[in-house]
Design a protein around this ligand. Structure first.
Ligand code: C2E
Ligand code: MG
Ligand code: MG
Ligand code: MG
Length: 283
């Protein structure tokens, strides 16, 4: 149908038709009831210090388990959530859940770690963001310094003035910010100097090419050096091999997150891992 319209020069409207396709409406309805039906959950992936091999924090990653559609990865539903605005309630659900979970871990472990939660563009533009995050921290009784928000370079750059104001407010609250998927947004790190950023995450697409791919290796090295000159910590995402670890360590990257150390895991498994680490330190 869209094709026919396209041929008649109505192609401008075809995305609209797609958007209302039956499958999409089913997904949209299902997603709109996912919170109340307790179908959303978070997995946690460790961030590991490259020198000590110790866990320094974790990223909370959203999953959706639907009774008939099965387990759905964020790449399949975050874009839909963004377009429909459902990302707002879902995003707050994720922040609250991650903060509450981190508070629980802190009750049972001596080491206190920072939990990172992703924020998409639409969430960034929500005028109640600061107020709601403050309420969540209050409710869950988590010290703000143990919350980090991951914001993509592209999202920050879509409205740098607004982002700058927001990041400064977060900084004033002691919440840290990491720039996610760095290197894909074509902005210069020097430009990012004006933002209060704790860490830069090198995009997985570069990490996967090292050490064999010369360009990826060069870009990775450049990001590490520039980030350090701006006094930002650097983390490489998607590290899968010993070779990547060695390269990153040799070039002074601070930490890594990737399948080589661990895939994202359930809160319970993460708790077990933390206890092992705590025990190891005590000996
Ligand atoms: P991201 O924030 O860049 O998260 C990193 C992604 O890389 C995760 O995919 C993670 O599972 C994957 N990953 C980690 N290590 C490796 C590795 O060694 N190899 C490979 N191939 N992949 C690795 P995931 O969990 O599917 O999440 C995809 C994206 O969805 C995230 O990218 C983030 O942008 C978004 N997302 C996830 N949870 C949330 C959330 O709670 N809120 C919002 N707004 N977005 C979220
Ligand atoms: Mg992230
Ligand atoms: Mg990322
Ligand atoms: Mg990504």
């Amino acid at each position: 149908r869209a094709k026919e319209l396209g041929r008649n020069n109505f192609c401008y409207y075809s995305p609209e038709l797609n958007r209302h396709s039956t499958e999409r409406l089913i997904m949209e309805f299902a997603l709109s009831t996912a919170i109340q039906n307790a179908q959303l959950f978070l997995l946690y992936q460790p961030k590991v210090d490259l020198l000590t091999n110790r866990i320094t924090g974790m990223e909370a990653l959203l999953r959706w388990r639907h009774p008939t559609l099965g387990l759905i990865a964020p790449d399949k539903f975050i874009p839909l959530a963004e377009e429909t605005g459902l990302i707002i309630p879902i995003g707050y659900w994720a922040i609250r859940e991650a903060c509450a979970q981190n508070r629980k871990w802190q009750d049972y472990n001596t080491t206190r770690l920072r939990v990172a939660v992703n924020l998409s563009l639409r969430q960034l533009n929500d005028s109640s963001l600061i107020e709601n995050i403050r309420a969540i921290l209050d409710e869950t009784d988590l010290d703000p310094r143990y919350l980090e928000l991951e914001i993509t370079e592209t999202a920050v750059m879509s409205n740098p003035d607004k982002a700058s104001a927001l990041l400064n407010e977060l900084r004033a609250m002691n919440i840290s910010v990491a720039i996610d998927d760095f290197g894909t947004g074509y902005s210069s790190l020097a430009y990012l100097k004006q933002f209060p950023i704790r860490a830069v995450k090198i995009d997985r697409s570069f990490v996967q090419g090292i050490p064999a791919n010369h360009d990826d290796s060069a870009i990775t090295k450049a990001i590490i050096n520039l980030a350090h000159s701006l006094e930002c910590s650097v983390i490489a995402e998607g590290a899968e091999t010993q070779q990547q670890y060695d390269f990153l360590r040799d070039h002074d990257c601070d930490s890594v997150q990737g399948y080589y150390f661990s895939e994202p895991m359930s809160a319970d498994s993460f708790g077990d891992l933390l206890r092992t680490q705590t025990t190891l330190t005590m000996h």
